[in-house]
Design a protein around this ligand. Structure first.
Ligand SMILES: Nc1ncnc2c1ncn2[C@@H]1O[C@H](COP(=O)(O)OP(=O)(O)OP(=O)(O)O)[C@@H](O)[C@H]1O
Length: 209
């Protein structure tokens, strides 16, 4: 479960952001829409406490992340939050499977190769596990990115424009994989996007003004 209360933030004091409260239960999906520059990525980074809000709270399960120290926040994020970035960031010198196992390492958990293989099978990149990520197409990399986000079975999955550079077929595939994974592990799924193709797919929506 993720909920926010009266979140505010400013890169520049002259341009403050004030975000609508959002709520997303376990196994639910929420789409956050808005034109370019309305603060979608900023909001997603606040939800992951990658940015510290000026005021307000971010609650995941029973924990108010804004009350945690920097070290506690980093540990909480690694264990409970899975992030799919707009452009996948991988360690290019490592293989696909080692990039997945990195999520275990960062969360201070034992390496779970069986889970990495299971996800690769489910998401359709089992043949790539030993390869480097730069040998994969963008759509394939996006699927690895989803697998990495769910390696530790997080409580919340945050996805930033996961489909903006994909064709219709890969968009449908990525959306269904995100939903399937969040339902399987019982996570809240929050997607921020300006991709109008997703409007008809998600029932719960928030529009940033
Ligand atoms: N690090 C930063 N420093 C200063 N201003 C920033 C920074 N990051 C974003 N902004 C500004 O904050 C506003 C919101 O940016 P943000 O990236 O959250 O918007 P967005 O809705 O995700 O846009 P897009 O759909 O184009 O990705 C923009 O006007 C942007 O220029």
């Amino acid at each position: 479960m993720l909920a926010t209360r009266q979140l505010t933030f400013a890169y520049d004091p002259a341009k403050p952001f004030s975000f609508p409260d959002i709520q997303c239960a376990d196994r639910e999906a929420l789409l956050i829409l808005g034109r370019s520059g309305t603060g979608k990525t900023t909001l997603l980074h606040l939800l992951a406490l990658l940015l510290q809000p000026q005021s307000g709270s971010v609650i995941i399960n029973q924990t108010d992340l804004t009350q945690l120290s920097v070290a506690e926040t980093a540990a909480f994020r690694a264990q409970h939050v899975g992030i799919v970035y707009q452009k996948p960031h991988f360690v290019s010198s490592l293989s696909v499977i080692d990039n997945l196992l990195m999520a275990n390492y960062l969360a201070n958990k034992p390496q779970n190769k069986a889970r990495a293989r299971e996800l690769a099978g489910q998401l359709g990149f089992a043949d790539y596990l030993g390869k480097k990520t730069n040998q994969m197409s963008q759509g394939e990399q996006q699927r690895v990115s989803i697998a990495r986000a769910v390696m530790n079975q997080p409580d919340v999955i945050l996805a930033d424009e996961p489909t903006s550079s994909l064709d219709d077929e890969n968009t449908a595939r990525v959306v269904s994989l995100l939903r399937q994974q969040s339902e399987q592990i019982g996570a809240s799924l929050i997607v921020v996007t300006h991709d109008q193709r997703l409007k008809d797919v998600f029932q719960n929506q928030v529009l940033l003004p």
